[in-house]
Design a binder for this molecule. Structure first.
Ligand code: NAP
Length: 248
């Protein structure tokens, strides 16, 4: 079935890879981004080239009005929503915990937690069968950090992903009667630009080499799991936390 989905942070990295795979299935994709318009435009073109439809939508997931507007824009362009990839997320620089500023921690929790909650709420409002929706699937991007805690790097980020795990379980159980499945993917060390944004461009390659599989994962390897969770092949699967981490 052709689906309409919204991918927050769909312009780069894991979100972009998932958008292109959705395009390969002929789906329609709202590609949200924060500020890098050129990357968002490129991602839209890549989805269209793959066979799907897409629009780029600028908006900050931590701003309620932006979140409502990005869902409105997706449904206006492509019709009722079938899925959300709750993917936008950031890391901070590697720092000892005692050095964290209030501003740093607020930014992490605003985007990674509040942003994800706002987006999930908006998806629930639109997809719930009791509210006129047709059900759907929410895939939250957590992280192996929620299990490992990221000591010496970013304990705040790890905690934000712990909140995503908990939200996934609670929402899955609350929204199941409304036809909405909620699952999380927990990537390990994936080769995207997020590590450079935290000041460690070599992080995925360096630490990926120490994992059981001996390498970092690719955005496409995570996107494949996201697509499976979004699709109709796993209709009895909800409240799951799926590790895509090469055995880490
Ligand atoms: P990335 O390459 O840094 O891409 C981040 C994307 O999120 C970009 O499209 C960016 O838009 C967007 N974004 C950032 N802040 C936003 C905001 N406030 N509102 C809306 N969009 C925003 O990241 P990634 O590595 O693909 O990570 C995607 C998700 O996977 C994140 O939740 C991350 O925590 C999780 N994850 C990643 C890894 C990994 O190793 N890469 C591991 C575990 C979990 P712009 O282009 O406009 O900046």
């Amino acid at each position: 079935m052709v689906k309409t989905i919204l991918i927050t942070g769909g312009s780069r990295g894991i979100g972009r890879a998932a958008a292109i795979m959705a395009g390969q299935r002929g789906w329609s994709v709202g590609v949200n981004y924060a500020g890098n318009e050129a990357a968002a435009r490129e991602a839209v073109q890549a989805v269209e080239k793959a066979g799907g439809k897409a629009i780029a939508i600028r908006g900050d997931v931590a701003v309620e009005a932006d979140v409502i507007a990005m869902f409105d824009a997706t449904e206006k362009a492509f019709g009722k929503l079938d899925g959300l990839v709750n993917n936008a997320g950031i890391v901070g620089p590697k720092q000892p915990f005692a050095e964290y500023s209030l501003e740093r921690m607020k930014r992490i929790f605003d985007i990674n937690v509040l942003g994800a909650y706002l987006c999930a709420r908006e998806a629930a409002r639109r997809m719930a069968k009791s509210r006129g929706g047709r059900g759907g699937s929410i895939v939250n991007l957590s992280s192996m950090a929620s299990r490992l805690g990221s000591p010496g790097e970013y304990v705040d980020y790890a905690g934000s992903k712990g909140a995503i795990d908990t939200m996934t379980i609670g929402l899955a159980r609350e929204l199941a009667p409304d036809g909405i499945r909620v699952n999380a993917v927990r990537p390990g060390l994936i080769d995207t630009e997020i590590h450079a944004s935290g000041g460690q461009p070599d992080r995925a390659a360096r630490l990926g080499a120490t994992t059981p599989m001996g390498r970092a994962g690719t955005a496409e390897e995570v996107a494949a799991a996201i697509m499976w969770l979004l699709g109709d092949d796993c209709n009895y699967l909800t409240a799951s936390l799926l590790d895509v981490a090469g055995g880490r």
